[in-house]
Design a binder for this molecule. Structure first.
Ligand SMILES: Nc1ncnc2c1ncn2[C@@H]1O[C@H](COP(=O)(O)OP(=O)(O)OP(=O)(O)O)[C@@H](O)[C@H]1O
Ligand SMILES: [Mg+2]
Length: 465
């Protein structure tokens, strides 16, 4: 292992020299500073592996130095040195991200142990970061399957759009791969080494989502026992993925718009502003223009998040891709045991309409692999509705549970017919419920006695909006 570099900062020159002598003997290269400003300059120019700093210093105190140091290098371990009388400030420093603290009268051994631990931690962090980078490469475009002209166009646009800093809106039906594309955008962007932070705007009620996004200060509301940074802060310098953005409440739309315009946020219950530099990728399966027309979505926010729109085609419009995807999923779920798809079964898969798109195909292949007796998937391993598409497919927008749809199952065994009727009835029930609650998902979900997330999934399944 190459020699590690330790920066030691204290306003007492004796202290600094002492530390440097001890650590120098242990094989570390030591840089020293007796003031915060000099220390900052060394941090920037020398990029040490570890920072040891006194907390109380005249010009720029250890706390501030700690904060700046972690901004420069989030993986930098920091050990603070503190007099016993100020143990609280040591604890505060640890909360701010210090790795450890030492009392002012530390022993040689204490110092050595703390330094070794911190450097080991640093090694792990760097290793993790490398792993993360490798993973991000794996999340690039290569593993998004598709060779149809429609998808080739998408890939080209993704590549171009990713390079820019522009905010991107990914559009497409449920299960078309919007999240996958969002991750690929991040992985191919200049921000790839930073965080990709997904936020599901549909899964939380307004207040929780607000504190999730913007963070909160201790005591901001009952239950806020400690302050917490919001996901926008976590995504600083990285990418914020706003999934199901159409579900944001009007109040949060306003707040988000302001944050994006000003590049600053205020935690819930907080007074100071925090700088945030995020690239926003959003996704929705709703028609935002229609939502704007109905007064449900703010036009200014729409333009802010939709600098470049990427429209994902439904699977039924991707010629040849269903076959490619089916084989890819077979590799994944067949586990070497199931290795082929029979011609009849493939013909059924290629002829099906895929209202649930790639996710539905993935589920069906997983199920087929579990059911297959031999090494080939046959028609028997596919669900009935894939083999004989519904006369009135429930997922088609606006489909009503007509009598025809209800009697259409007569040629099927009762069990399969029942399954089909259930789909039709469930869609009708949900549509009715939504109408009755003026499209308010929270209220409708409550009335149905199911949680918001499940309700939302059902809406997507039946494309009810
Ligand atoms: N082109 C593709 N190649 C391989 N896997 C894909 C592709 N598209 C989607 N998938 C897989 O299908 C599943 C659904 O994709 P994803 O979650 O990105 O869809 P989505 O559009 O966000 O759906 P929803 O609107 O329901 O949230 C995931 O498991 C994803 O890995
Ligand atoms: Mg999604």
């Amino acid at each position: 292992m190459s020699r590690t570099r330790v920066l030691i900062v204290d306003d007492e020159p004796d202290m600094v020299e002492n530390c440097a002598r001890i650590l120098g003997k242990g094989g570390h290269d030591c840089l020293t500073a007796t003031g915060g400003r000099r220390a900052l300059a060394l941090l920037e120019s020398e990029r040490p592996d570890l920072l040891i700093t006194d907390l109380k210093m005249p010009e720029l105190d250890g706390m501030e130095l700690l904060r700046r140091a972690r901004e420069l290098d989030p993986a930098l371990p920091v050990i603070v040195i503190t007099a016993f009388a100020t143990i609280e400030s040591a604890v505060a420093a640890v909360k701010e991200g210090a790795f450890d603290y030492l009392p002012k009268n530390f022993s040689v051994d204490q110092l050595r142990v703390a330094v070794e631990r911190a450097l080991r931690h640093r090694g792990l962090q760097v290793e993790n970061r490398n792993l993360r980078e490798q993973l991000q490469q794996a999340l690039g475009l290569d593993n998004i399957i598709g060779r149809s002209p429609a998808m080739t166009q998408v890939f080209e646009l993704v590549r171009k759009a990713a390079r820019s800093e522009a905010n991107i809106l990914v559009l497409g039906e449920s299960g078309t791969g919007k999240e996958l594309i969002a991750r690929a955008i991040h992985a191919n962007s200049p921000r790839a080494a930073r965080a990709f932070v997904p936020v599901d705007c549909a899964s939380l009620p307004e207040q929780l989502l607000e504190s999730e996004l913007f963070g909160h200060e201790k005591g901001a509301f009952t239950g806020a026992v400690r302050s917490k940074p919001g996901l926008m802060e976590v995504a600083h310098l990285g990418t914020l993925f706003l999934d199901e953005i159409a579900e944001l409440s009007p109040a949060l739309q306003v707040k988000l718009l302001r944050a994006l315009q000003e590049r600053q946020i205020r935690r819930v219950g907080g007074t100071s502003l925090v700088d945030v530099d995020v690239r926003v990728v959003s996704a929705t399966n709703r028609d935002l223009r229609e939502a704007i027309a109905k007064g449900r979505f703010r036009e200014e926010l729409y333009y802010r998040v939709n600098v470049i729109a990427i429209q994902l085609p439904p699977l039924r419009e991707r010629a040849g891709d269903a076959k490619l995807l089916a084989h890819a999923f077979l590799k994944k779920y067949g586990l070497g045991r199931v290795t082929g798809i029979g011609d009849d079964a493939m013909a059924a898969l290629e002829g099906y309409g895929w209202p649930g798109n790639v996710r539905e195909l993935q589920n069906i292949i997983e199920r087929a692999c579990a059911l297959a007796e031999g090494e080939t998937v046959t028609r028997r391993d596919l669900p009935e509705h894939v083999l004989a598409p519904l006369v009135a497919p429930p997922p088609a927008a606006g489909a009503a549970p007509t009598e025809r749809a209800l009697t259409a199952g007569a040629e099927l065994p009762l069990k399969d017919a029942k399954e089909r009727w259930m789909l039709v009835l469930e869609a009708a029930y949900l549509r009715d419920l939504l109408d009755r609650h003026d499209g308010n998902i929270s209220a409708a979900a409550k009335a149905a006695g199911i949680d918001r997330k499940t309700f939302h999934r059902l809406i997507n399944k039946y494309q009810l909006r």
